[in-house]
Design a protein around this ligand. Structure first.
Ligand SMILES: *[C@@H]1O[C@H](CO)[C@@H](O)[C@H](O)[C@H]1NC(C)=O
Ligand SMILES: *[C@@H]1O[C@H](CO)[C@@H](O)[C@H](O)[C@H]1NC(C)=O
Ligand SMILES: *[C@@H]1O[C@H](CO)[C@@H](O)[C@H](O)[C@H]1NC(C)=O
Ligand SMILES: *[C@@H]1O[C@H](CO)[C@@H](O)[C@H](O)[C@H]1NC(C)=O
Ligand SMILES: *[C@@H]1O[C@H](CO)[C@@H](O)[C@H](O)[C@H]1NC(C)=O
Length: 343
């Protein structure tokens, strides 16, 4: 008993000393938040959420993520980034539900492109240690679906994502950028091990070779904050300025030409990270479930994507975007998330 007590006291003193040390050492260091949080957590048993200043225990689970702060801290320095607007809210909720269903916990940042979607997601993410919802800093967009045939707005929307990625890379985070029309079956993070700058799926080259015909998909890409990645993303942003062109085309041109530098790309296996049509081809042959993450790219249009997801039991959200928002506002009298999401 006495011995246990002594250990407890020693442990407490050690925690306090470490905490003092870390606070001193990291006074000017923003990216040390993780460490600080972890230490405060260890010393006091609880923490304060930076966003809300509401205390929550490290074992408390987020409503959107079903993750605890402890879970999030197991994957330090990594941010999953996605963007959405009201038109794609249901799609985003579906993706988050798929991530949650397989128990993946990662520090997630959702950029809201309009006020309605911000309000909805921000409320849902309240007290969720895994999910940060932020308002766009590069101009509000329309909240309805941005159709591909509305090229100007569509390209403008796509062009914003490099800026978000860049600012996280600059802070030293590894960034997994994911479009909201993805469905996660398994944890993709173990495929991002090793030495590389960026990791993406190439629809043209035979895996794992990189050929001169390579065409990478930017909608699901893992980027490490290397000097090369930073230089590349900066040039990508510069090349897109004032142009009405699909960001992915520009990205591939630059990669092809090694401009401004050669980027070391780790290819993702198309069998494990299939685009929509490939996935459904596999599915028809009963081989689909080797997929880690499916990306409904090249299935055009919101409703077509939803239809396709539904056809394969991959639609986990029990409401349209408008219904979600309406329920949140209490119009349907039922607010519980379990009702909105089928698990
Ligand atoms: C999570 O990501 C945000 C960036 O959106 C960052 O500010 C924050 O420090 C990260 N938190 C942890 C625990 O890594
Ligand atoms: C949340 O996660 C815990 C721990 O993994 C699990 O036991 C529980 O069933 C999950 N709850 C939901 C609603 O997914
Ligand atoms: C796929 O599997 C199901 C049941 O496991 C079976 O009924 C069906 O015939 C299979 N389809 C093909 C193309 O093998
Ligand atoms: C809300 O949904 C929950 C879960 O489905 C259900 O148990 C409850 O009765 C519903 N409440 C109202 C007021 O409809
Ligand atoms: C989904 O919504 C419909 C209609 O609102 C309701 O009848 C059904 O019970 C819901 N399903 C789940 C699993 O919540």
């Amino acid at each position: 008993m006495a011995v246990t007590r002594i250990f407890q006291v020693l442990f407490f003193l050690q925690s306090v000393a470490l905490l003092a040390y870390i606070i001193h050492w990291s006074r000017n260091c923003d990216s040390c938040v993780i460490l600080k949080t972890a230490m405060i957590n260890q010393a006091t048993g609880n923490v304060y959420s930076k966003a809300t200043n509401v205390p929550f225990a490290s074992t408390e689970r987020g409503q959107l993520s079903n993750c605890t702060l402890y879970d999030i801290l197991q994957r330090p320095g990594v941010v999953m980034l996605t963007t959405t607007n009201l038109g794609f809210l249901d799609m985003t909720m579906n993706m988050l539900a798929s991530v949650r269903r397989v128990g993946i916990c990662v520090n997630t940042t959702i950029i809201a492109e309009d006020k309605k979607v911000y309000k909805y997601l921000h409320k849902k993410a309240e007290g969720d240690p895994a999910v940060h919802v932020v308002m766009t800093n590069s101009g509000l967009m329309q909240s309805g679906e941005v159709k591909r045939k509305n090229a100007r707005t569509y390209f403008d929307l796509l062009k914003k994502r490099q800026g978000y990625v860049f600012s996280l890379l600059e802070q030293g985070f590894e960034v997994l950028f994911t479009d909201s029309d993805t469905f996660w079956f398994r944890d993709p993070f173990r495929y991002f091990q090793g030495d590389f700058d960026m990791s993406m799926m190439d629809t043209n080259s035979p895996y794992p070779t990189r050929t001169s015909r390579a065409h990478y998909c930017a909608g699901f890409s893992y980027m490490k904050p290397t000097i090369v990645t930073l230089m590349f993303v900066k040039e990508w942003i510069r090349s897109l300025k004032g142009k009405q062109i699909m960001d992915q085309i520009v990205m591939n041109k630059l990669l092809q030409a090694d401009k401004p530098v050669h980027v070391n790309i780790k290819p993702l296996d198309i069998k494990l990270f299939p685009p929509g049509p490939t996935f459904y081809e596999f599915l028809a042959k009963n081989t689909s479930y080797s997929a880690v993450v499916m990306h409904a790219a090249s299935i055009r249009g919101h409703d077509e994507k939803v239809q396709k997801f539904k056809s394969s039991n991959m639609w986990l959200v029990n409401a349209s975007s408008d219904e979600l928002v309406a329920r949140e506002q209490g119009l349907y009298g039922n607010n519980s998330l379990s009702e909105l999401i089928i698990f």
